[in-house]
Design a protein around this ligand. Sequence first.
Ligand SMILES: Cc1ncc(COP(=O)(O)O)c(C=O)c1O
Length: 385
Amino acid sequence: MAQLQMTQLSLPPGMIHLGIGQPSPSLLPLEIMKKAAMQRLSQSDASFLAYGAEQGDGYFRATLAQLLSQSYGEAVNPDHLFITAGASQSLDLICTIFTQAGDTVFVEEPSYFLALRIFRDHRLKIVGVPMDEDGVDLNALEEKLATEHPVFFYTIPTYHNPASITLTRSRREQLVRLSLNYGFIIVADEVYQMLNYLEQAPRPLACWADQGKLLSIGSFSKILAPGLRLGWIQGTSDLLDGLIGCGLLDSGGGLNPFTSAIVRSTIEMGLLSSNVEHLRSVYSERLRVLQSAVEQELAEAVTFHPPKGGFFMWLRLLHGLSAQELLPEARSKNVAFLPGDQFSCSGGMKNYIRLSFALYEADELRTGVQRLSKVLKKVISQKSW
Ligand SMILES: Cc1ncc(COP(=O)(O)O)c(C=O)c1O
C-alpha cells in the first residue's frame, strides 16, 4: 500500500527545499502538549467539550491577554481578542465579513503568497504597494489612495514574509493616521512578532488597535505548533463584533474550544514562554548559519537585507537572473526555493527568491546553499557565453 500522507509537506527524497517556511519535526512540541493536556484533562471541568463561546473561551482570552500584555509591554484587553483557527482562517473570515467580490484591497509588494490566494478566492481586486527597507512606502500608498478605495490594507509589519523587513515606528504611526483619514482597515498580520533574534521586537501594530480601524492577527502556529490551528484577532469591539456575529460561529460556536483549553495550560504552566525562548535560540543560530553560508557562497550572485527575526531571507538575484529560470536546474541538483513572482500580486519580483531557515538544521542549510551556489554558477556561466 502506498504510504498515506500525514502532513502538508511532501518532498522527493534527498531534496533540500530551502523555500519551505514550516518548523522542523524536532521543533514540534510533543512533550509540552502532553504535559498541558494531562493537566487540562485531569480536571473535572468538561466545558471545553461543549459548543464554545463565539468570541472564544473567556478564561483562555484572559490568559492570552496576559501573555500578550507581557510580550507587548502594554495592557491587552481580553474583550478585544477573538479566538480563531489560525491566521489563514482569520484572513478568510475578515474577507467574508468585510468584503464583497470585486472590492479592492491593498497589499505590500511583495506579500505572503498564500494570503494572496485567499484574497483571490474572495474575488478581490488586489493592488500592490512597493516596500523599501523601512517597510511599505507610504507616499506610494497615499498616491494610490487618490484613485483607489481599498476595504483594507494587508500588511506584515514585523519580520515580513518574504522580505524580512520591519516597518519603522514612525511609519506605523503614519499608517494608522492614513487609515483613519481615508477610512480603510489595517489588517496587520503579526504572526512573527515574538520571533525576534537580534533586537528588541518593535511595538506591534496591535498596540494602535484602540485608536482606529485596525485588526491585528496572531497565531500559535509560529510559537507553538501549526497543527493546533489556533490563533486570534485583536481589535476594538466595533470591528470584532462583525466577525463574532457571523453565521459560521452562530452555527458551530467558538473556534477550537478543545485546543484552546489545552493551549491555555501551556501558557499558565509557563511552557509556551519557554518554548518561545527555545525557538528564538534555535532559529537565531540557524539564521546565523544560513546568512553566513549565503555570504560565503552566493555573494557574487545575490544581495539581501539581513533578517532580524521571523523565518525568511529574501535574495535579490544579480546578473539579470530570474528565479524561474534557475528552478529546473536547482531541482535537478536536489535543491529548491520559492520564486519571487509567487509573492507578487502582479507577476513582478521575478528576480527574487525566498529562503527559510525554519525547516532545516545547520548542516542541511549549508549543503542546500552549496548546491544553490553550483546552480547559480552554472546558469551565470551559460548566460555569459
Ligand atoms: C505572514 C503569515 N501569515 C499567516 C501564516 C499562516 O498562519 P496560520 O498557520 O496561523 O494559518 C503564515 C505562515 O506561513 C505567514 O507567514
